[in-house]
Design a protein around this ligand. Structure first.
Ligand code: 13P
Length: 337
């Protein structure tokens, strides 16, 4: 007996293709209220709903953003917000041909029985929440779980991460949302790049094993991997060419070409590093659309330029466009600094 497939199959494939379109990538602005508060604190602003709204308004109303950005991931609060003039954020995005997305996981909790590792919450009630998000205009979703190399990772933590991602992906597709599958392998640690490669291969093989068990349609998913780099505290930094070589090796070994797009996270790399590494990966043809889904590597300069002052909004939007354009060129393999 074959499993039933989502009634949204064609739409999912179409949505995934729009997000994975040439020269474009994802703007991740789905920081939880607590994390957004840290960003606001860095420029001396209080973590109020009003300040979160004006910051997200600055980002989402940047004129011409759709040339470089194909999708924007929002936190639940933002999905339901409007500009101060009353235009829904979702409509601002649609007018720029940017697909609205929603973070659906509920964050991390300690995983009993592991090496002080964590697991990702949010499956309870996910189907009904996803249906509501679809009604509000979301067409893709994100679920971020983490794997820590210094903590192990234990077989239990890897299995739990992979199973949670696969259940979430199946539920999202059933609700018409393209799932971004994100097992973030944290940069923390003093290990060499070979160790990261080994862990990444282990994680992705389990993720695809459980995605297949859950009858997830690969043409209708997007991946959000960490790049394969040495640990942040390793004695030497790796060049973009080395990072590209190891990361592509991992992808070739583990990711079927049916997958619509690979949208990397920046994971604490500087803005320019994240761009150079992506550019290096696009120097030769590969079977997927290899692009970006950056939060910090698209927002750092914006925050520094804006400083919470209304008269800096235009300059801050220009800073966002500059980073978005650089990453767009890197997606095409044509960036040079
Ligand atoms: P960074 O690009 O800042 O790592 O964030 C991406 C993201 O959305 C992590 O889930």
């Amino acid at each position: 007996i074959r499993a039933t497939s989502s009634s949204y199959t064609d739409e999912l494939v179409k949505t995934a293709k729009i997000i994975a379109s040439p020269g474009r990538g994802i703007l991740a602005i789905d920081e939880s209220n607590a994390t957004c508060g840290k960003r606001l604190a860095s420029i001396g602003l209080d973590n109020t709903e009003e300040n979160r709204q004006i910051y997200r308004q600055l980002l989402l109303t940047t004129p011409g953003l759709g040339e470089y950005i194909s999708g924007a991931i929002m936190f639940e609060e933002t999905l339901y917000q409007s500009t101060t003039d009353g235009k829904k954020f979702v409509d601002c995005l649609r007018d720029e041909n940017i697909v609205p997305g929603i973070k659906v996981d509920k964050g991390l909790s300690p995983l009993p029985g592991s090496y002080n590792e964590s697991w990702c919450q949010g499956l309870d009630g996910l189907a009904s929440r996803s249906a509501e998000y679809y009604k509000q205009g979301a067409r893709f979703a994100k679920w971020r779980t983490v794997v820590s190399i210094p903590c192990g990772p234990s077989a239990l933590a890897v299995k739990e991460a992979a199973w949670g991602l696969a259940r979430y992906a199946a539920i999202s597709q059933d609700s018409g949302l393209v799932p971004i599958v994100e097992p973030e392998i944290l940069l923390d640690g003093d290990h060499p790049i070979e160790r990261t490669l080994d862990v990444a291969e282990r994680v992705w093989s389990e993720v695809f094993y459980y995605l297949a068990q859950n009858n997830v349609m690969f043409e209708g998913i997007l991946l959000k991997p960490s790049m394969v780099t040495p640990g942040a505290e390793y004695k030497e930094k790796a060049s973009p060419e080395t990072i590209a070589k190891f990361t592509l090796q991992m992808l070739r070994r583990r990711v079927p070409p049916a997958v619509a797009g690979i949208m990397f996270l920046s994971g604490g790399q500087s803005e320019v590093e994240a761009t150079l590494n992506l550019n290096a990966m696009n120097q030769s043809p590969n079977p997927w659309h290899v692009s970006f889904s950056y939060a910090r590597a698209l927002q750092n300069s914006v925050l520094k330029t804006w400083k919470g002052r209304p008269w800096n909004v235009e300059a801050a939007q220009k800073a966002l466009l500059a980073r978005a354009k650089a990453n767009s060129l890197a997606q095409l393999g044509r960036y040079s600094d």
